[in-house]
Design a protein around this ligand. Structure first.
Ligand code: FES
Length: 158
């Protein structure tokens, strides 16, 4: 999975997935999902490699990546803080959590801290509305989060 001097290595699983989907319609989105699953974003070198493997123009790949907000072109922080902005969380102050996190981390939503540790992302309903407002960091779900808890939550990841 190394990204160095313009070359990139895909895992055997990713390579075989791409080969399996190569001839199927709608393959580009499936393949880009898998690439993002492997790297956490779509590195430029990966987009190049996918273009070669699927024999599609690079411009088409970037067209898809930029059309679907799901795809990321920048590497997220080591801890990507996903703030749920679905209806239930929004009504319980999800966007205030974004404001507070931006202040605490000194970055805006969709940015990464200089040390690469944290990024903030707004996401749709993550399926635990009873715990609104919700943050997801890695595999951990933080429910009923208040602004006052945020410094402690951030500190627990440093
Ligand atoms: S709206 Fe946030 S978990 Fe459903």
């Amino acid at each position: 999975m190394a990204v160095a001097d313009g070359t990139i290595t895909f895992s055997p699983a990713l390579n075989s997935f791409i080969n399996e989907w190569k001839e199927k319609p709608g393959n580009l989105i499936m393949v880009l999902h898998k690439v993002q699953e492997e790297f956490g974003y779509i590195p430029r070198e990966a987009a190049d490699k996918v273009a070669g493997m699927l024999e599609v123009p690079l411009a088409k790949i970037y067209g898809v990546i930029t059309f679907y907000h799901f795809f990321k072109l920048e590497k997220p922080g080591k801890y990507n803080i996903q703030v749920c902005l679905g209806t239930a969380c929004y009504l319980k102050g999800g966007s205030n959590l974004v404001d507070e996190l931006e202040g605490l981390l000194g970055i805006s939503i969709n940015e990464v801290t200089k040390d690469g540790k944290f990024s903030i992302e707004g996401v749709r309903c993550v399926g635990c509305c009873g715990l609104a407002p919700v943050l997801v960091i890695g595999e951990e779900v933080h429910g009923k989060v208040t602004k006052d808890q945020l410094p402690g939550i951030i500190a627990s990841y440093t």
